[in-house]
Design a protein around this ligand. Structure first.
Ligand code: NAD
Ligand code: UD1
Length: 337
């Protein structure tokens, strides 16, 4: 059985679905601070399987001890955490407590229970600036992320590395995601941000359904082909498949493994807008706005290590990502509510 922390969330729910389809038993632990139990109900309906959801917090050691004591957990996929970059600048302690503190509590409980197999949600943000390099490779040193959120990812990667160094029975996969977007092809589960979205694709989606008036494109004077920033967008179902591959790959190994999960190509903000317009069949109104503080002009994954070692590559195009995002948004204009 696989314990999935944060499994009711955006990436977690798609990964739970993929795990169930691969025949894994799944137990979800989520405090629902940024998600809805409805996501797991829908995953169960779509798969005809039964992932159980326990509503609780990864910082609750007694609860973790109980879960690890009562269920035959062989590995943990750890998504639980706070992820809003701007909010992390305003409330750094909440981020260090939830993400770093929560991860330490989880690692301690796993250590005590003898469950030493963990897949962790890291981020391309751990690369920091890399002196202007645009293609990120796992051998690059950890950088200095511009936000407390990003710093928590560097800290947790470091803590996990030190844990595995001290006790070689651990097996840890650090998965560095690039920009996850899209939704399950049914349109029944997807990303459901609270309040006004900060990220590009959720923002465009809400413009497309009329919840927001127009997109602000943050800067068109970058050193890129059309002047807008380049990012490596990855379909959330490709990302979910990467987790299953990583989990299965590390099952009979020990040590720490790091893999970029991205497509290897950069798309501009305007490429994304055009692909979304094609998917939804209407124009997305936008204006060019000043650059957003902290944005880098361009970066994307070198995905070769995951291809070589996991036999994993992205399969879905930017058009697929936007078509699936639109299907989810059109079917669920107010998200899960
Ligand atoms: P999400 O907010 O949808 O999912 C996180 C889940 O964790 C939510 O369901 C939330 O309720 C739960 N949670 C938060 N704190 C908790 C706690 N203390 N105890 C129990 N549950 C808790 O976010 P997501 O986009 O699915 O991201 C999942 C993971 O991937 C996060 O760790 C995030 O930092 C990481 N990540 C996300 C992105 C992205 O662009 N979405 C990029 C890189 C890395
Ligand atoms: C952001 C975070 C990153 C985090 C990732 C996933 C910052 C600086 N970085 O990445 O740490 O891991 O989200 O959650 O916040 N854009 C617009 N208009 C908008 C929104 C975005 O033009 O309304 C542009 C941005 O300038 C950027 C691109 O769209 O060039 C993608 O933005 P976004 O979706 O927020 O992701 P990142 O900034 O790459």
């Amino acid at each position: 059985m696989i314990l999935v922390t944060g499994g009711a969330g955006y990436i977690g729910s798609h990964t739970v679905l993929t795990l169930l389809q691969h025949g894994h038993d799944v137990l979800v632990l989520d405090n629902l601070c940024n998600s809805s139990a409805e996501a797991i109900h829908r995953v169960n309906r779509l798969t005809g399987k039964n992932a159980r959801l326990i509503e609780g917090d990864i910082r609750n050691r007694a609860l973790l001890d109980q879960i690890l004591g009562e269920h035959p957990i062989r590995a943990v996929i750890h998504f639980a955490g706070l992820k809003a970059v701007g909010e992390s600048v305003q409330k750094p302690l909440a981020y260090y407590d939830n993400n770093v503190g929560g991860s330490i509590t989880l690692i301690e409980a796993m250590q005590a229970a003898g469950v030493k197999n963990l897949v962790f949600s890291s981020s391309a943000t751990v690369y920091g600036e890399q002196g202007g390099a645009r293609e990120y490779t796992e051998t690059m040193p950890l950088g200095v992320p511009s936000s407390p959120y990003g710093k928590t990812k560097v800290m947790i990667e470091t803590i996990l590395g030190d844990t595995a160094h001290a006790d070689p029975a651990w097996t840890i996969a650090l998965l560095r995601y690039f920009n996850p977007v899209g939704a399950h092809e049914s349109g029944d589960i997807g990303e459901d941000p609270q309040g006004i979205p900060n990220n590009l694709v959720p923002y465009i989606s809400q413009v497309a359904v009329g919840r927001l008036e127009r997109l602000a494109v943050y800067g068109d004077d970058y050193d890129t082909p059309d002047g807008t920033c380049l990012r490596d967008y990855i379909h959330v179902m490709d990302l979910a498949a990467g987790h299953v591959k990583a989990l299965e790959h590390i099952a009979d190994k020990t040590g720490v493994y790091t893999w970029n999960l991205g497509s290897g190509t950069g798309s501009s903000v305007l490429d994304v807008v055009r692909a979304y317009e094609k998917a939804c069949g209407k124009a997305i109104p936008y204006t060019i706005a000043p650059r957003r503080a902290g944005d880098l002009p361009a970066f994307w994954a070198n995905p070769e290590k995951a291809a070589r070692e996991l036999g994993w590559r992205t399969e879905r195009s930017l058009d697929d990502m936007m078509a699936d995002t639109w299907r989810w948004q059109a079917k669920n204009p107010q998200g899960y509510r």
